[in-house]
Design a protein around this ligand. Structure first.
Ligand SMILES: Cc1ncc(COP(=O)(O)O)c(C=O)c1O
Length: 299
């Protein structure tokens, strides 16, 4: 699915390094660590009906990622919250908004990967855009030959900007003419999709992969919590391709697209032979949550 340019975003304001500037003026240094080595962490957030959804969980993951990368002088949660509020207020944005928030290690005095040559502390970038979750219906996947990082190489619990393995996987999907790429872990089990987590159901039981190689997504965590609340058995397990091809339901989760059905994987059509569904029940509670919960905007 190709995201379309929304002309409403032509004159948005971006927070960058303490200033809020028109998108045409918002820039970072060519010496910034993100340019020099993808040395940054990020979060995707959503604003629903005057509230930032799951803000505390996103801030916690950002802080934990920055700590894992040993960033110095990281802004506090309160400082980040205020920056988010100010940016949304400047844009008069209260609903139907997606925010890409990045924290780079900061600017360096020379081109290098070495964190010791940083002259400035982290640079916070907040890009809010009018971007409601748009569903063009169920998506099709292809399994990529690119494996998801494992903790042996790069811990997926760091939500970092070094996204090349996911981008290579996405290229597999583009080449195959489908929407997104299914990525396996280093043992050959299903890990996640290039930008979303994955769930399947079989005979009324919900399954998702262990959060070893995949990002422990915030939407994924909420889906598991909702399943428990509504009495659906949910298990984290090693899922093989044969198991997922033969699932009753498959869906992906993420802040950008919320919960999205998968209709086909590697040209195997997902058909529900048991007649049992779990996704609709979970989705109903999820949409109730996004309407009612979240950090209220102070303007
Ligand atoms: C690789 C990957 N998996 C899954 C997700 C979904 O995570 P969340 O539900 O926190 O948006 C993301 C979102 O950034 C991602 O980049």
């Amino acid at each position: 699915m190709l995201q379309k340019y929304n002309p409403k975003n032509k004159d948005i304001y971006i927070y960058v390094g303490g200033e809020i500037l028109h998108r045409d003026q918002a820039k970072i240094s060519v010496f910034d660590s993100s340019v020099q080595g993808g040395d940054a962490v990020w979060e995707g957030l959503r604003v629903y009906d005057g509230k930032i959804f799951s803000l505390d969980r996103h801030l916690q993951r950002l802080q934990e990622s920055a700590k894992a990368l040993a960033f110095i002088d990281v802004p506090s949660n309160e400082e980040i919250k205020q920056a988010l509020f100010q940016t949304l207020e400047k844009n008069n944005m209260r609903d139907g908004v997606h925010i890409r928030m990045t924290l780079t290690r900061g600017e360096k005095y020379t081109s290098s990967m070495d964190p010791r040559v940083n002259t400035k502390g982290p640079c916070l970038i907040i890009i809010p855009e009018w971007k409601p979750p748009v569903f063009d219906g169920a998506i099709k996947l292809v399994t990529s030959h690119i494996r998801r990082n494992s903790p042996q190489f790069l811990d997926s619990k760091i939500h970092h900007n070094n996204l090349l393995n996911n981008i290579l996987a996405k290229l597999s999907a583009i080449q195959a003419g489908v929407d997104a790429a299914l990525m396996l872990d280093d043992k050959g089990y299903v890990s996640e999709v290039n930008a979303t987590n994955i769930f399947m159901s079989k005979n009324g039981i919900l399954y998702t992969s262990h959060a070893d190689s995949c990002l422990p997504g915030i939407t994924r965590g909420l889906v598991l919590e909702i399943a428990e609340q509504v009495g659906i058995t949910a298990k984290e397990k090693n899922i093989s391709l044969t198991e997922i091809y033969n699932a009753d339901e498959v869906f992906v989760t993420g802040t950008m697209g919320e919960l999205t059905n998968v209709s086909e994987i590697d040209q195997r059509i997902i058909t529900n032979d048991s007649g049992k569904t779990v996704k609709d029940k979970i989705e109903t509670v999820f949409y109730e949550l996004v309407k009612t919960k979240g950090e209220p905007l102070p303007f």
